[in-house]
Design a binder for this molecule. Structure first.
Ligand code: HEM
Length: 490
């Protein structure tokens, strides 16, 4: 039996065989864990959390899959041996119609080049000018709330983060503009969530893998052709059924909108948004990005940048309402500020930040992500064959009791500086880790305290119903966190 001690010794001892990895409990029928992964990903995550093992073997009909249960092994995969892995083929397949070859889904040289081009735009210094937009967009939304309104707060945080993404990315000033794009995006995300693990995706990916494997033994010209076809099969060849046609229409609408914005800036419109900065980003070898690459990056940033933060903010309100002592501390911090928050106030909003970080621990918006081994490698002292799929579940890792004592307890003091320093670097993974860590993490950690401080400044929130997480593309609150909003009388 592979235990935690043996696995953490790393590669010093001879590598053990893949078959020695213990099976994850709860597999049923010929499809093993696949049915559960499709039906209830959180129940699957619970199995991984309960096992709390470095590596657990997941039973699926078509592929070798392992789930990760400790920060040390997550670190080995995402940081130390990141070059042995590429992004999950399944995720890339299902996101492709929307995100194309954007930063989230691309790999290899293209990803490396794009990340280098885009990283400077997301450094904390480069983001400072967006603080004012973050507060202004929040103020505009909260000004529509009336005393006694009952609202699903997730709808409100989505409108806020969508407006912020719209303003900072492409200077969109109206909610209706962001709303129209948002509607098409929601439809595309819905498609993504349904495709992941489904027969359409599996058929493509299994065929692609078979071709890739057979190419190894083929003579050179055939090998190149097989690899090319295999690569093409890693994206959908068409969008099937009535749903596919609806999605295609939504994507056409999005593409036209984005192209219009690109043309506008190319024709000299002066803007200080991220799109304009992306348009001018260039390197010596390749010059500037093509329109198609810009489209993929802008849609990737819009999707990755608003839904995740909106989910985290909605859960923060839910958790605060359920923990009055922390609610009171947030309120005291915002009252002590006594005015509209600005960039310079961020150090004074440290309770807001800690509360948000703890909400991301309890309900990580990206609760599930994956990698595929692109060559044979050794992880936790165990040999993983090429093409092994690795599943990393922040939701389960954030509940490992060795790392997070009493993990179900909401305790923002876990993010006091001393506690953060004492923990393993990959214990808290809401943004991933290593070279592919979320490029927008500084953006989100600046946005959240400013939004919370603006929301709590003139309003109180009363939770109307206890919510539960729904594992959609992100970990959304099923009922949207219904609250009653009360205007504060100062
Ligand atoms: C609370 C908010 C957010 C959460 C929880 C989150 C989570 C994540 C995670 C877990 C990854 C890594 C996935 C992997 O390794 O497979 C990621 C990547 C990414 N995120 Fe975020 N994200 C958030 C906010 C943002 C924002 C605000 C933006 C942009 C403005 C953004 C843009 C991206 C992009 C482009 C990537 C791909 C980076 C790469 O592969 O080089 N995210 N995010």
């Amino acid at each position: 039996m592979l235990d935690e001690t043996v696995a953490s010794r790393g590669t010093a001892t001879p590598a053990r065989a893949f078959e020695e990895i213990p099976w994850l409990e709860g597999a049923t029928g010929w499809s093993g864990h696949n049915a559960l992964i499709r039906k209830d990903r959180l129940a699957f995550a619970r199995l991984v959390a309960d096992a709390a093992r470095p590596l657990s073997r997941v039973k699926t009909p078509f592929a070798d899959v392992v789930a990760i249960g400790t920060p040390e092994i997550a670190h080995e995969i995402l940081v130390e041996k990141h070059a042995d892995f590429i992004k999950s083929a399944m995720l890339r397949f299902s996101l492709y119609p929307l995100a194309g070859d954007g930063l989230f889904t691309s790999d290899g040289e293209l990803w490396k080049r794009q990340r280098k081009l885009m990283a400077p735009l997301f450094h904390p210094g480069a983001l400072a000018s967006y603080a004012e937009d973050m507060v202004a967009c929040t103020e505009r939304e909260v000004s529509t709330w009336r005393d006694g309104d009952s609202l699903p707060i997730f709808r409100e945080t989505t409108r806020i983060t969508m407006a912020i993404a719209g303003k900072t990315l492409f200077d969109a000033d109206t909610f209706s503009e962001a709303d129209a794009i948002g509607e098409a995006l929601t439809m595309a995300l819905d498609w993504t969530a349904k495709q992941a693990g489904g027969p359409f995706a599996i058929a493509h990916l299994v065929t692609s893998r078979m071709l890739e494997k057979s190419s190894d033994a083929s003579p050179e010209p055939v090998r190149a052709k097989l690899k090319e076809v295999a690569a093409r099969l890693r994206m959908p060849l068409f969008l099937p059924g009535a749903e596919g046609r609806t999605l295609q229409r939504a994507l056409d609408h999005l593409d036209a909108h984005v192209q219009h914005m690109i043309d506008d800036r190319r024709s000299g419109a002066r803007k200080n948004d991220l799109l304009a900065r992306l348009l001018h980003a260039h390197d010596d070898d390749h010059g500037v990005m093509s329109d198609k690459q810009l489209r993929d990056e802008v849609l990737t940033l819009f999707v990755a940048g608003h839904e995740t933060t909106a989910t985290g903010l909605a859960w923060t309100v839910d958790l605060l309402c359920r923990h009055p002592e922390w609610y009171a501390r947030v309120r005291a911090e915002v009252d002590a500020l006594g005015r509209r928050p600005t960039l310079a106030d961020l150090p004074k909003l440290e309770v807001c930040l800690r509360v948000f970080k703890e909400a991301l621990r309890v309900y990580p918006p990206v609760y599930f992500f994956g990698r595929t081994a692109q060559r044979e490698t050794t992880i936790g002292g165990v040999r993983l064959p090429r093409f092994t799929n690795v599943v990393i579940l922040p939701w389960a890792l954030h509940r490992n009791p060795r790392v997070w004592p009493d993990p179900e307890r909401f305790d923002p003091d876990r993010f006091l500086p001393a506690a953060e320093h004492a923990r393993h670097r990959s214990a808290w993974l809401p943004f991933g880790a290593g070279p592919r860590v979320c490029i927008g993490n500084h953006f989100a950690l600046m946005e959240a305290p400013l939004v919370l401080a603006t929301m709590f400044r003139d309003h109180d929130f009363e939770l109307l119903e206890r919510d539960t997480p729904e594992p959609f593309a992100t970990l959304r609150p099923r009922k949207g966190v219904p609250v009653r909003v009360k205007k504060r009388v100062n």
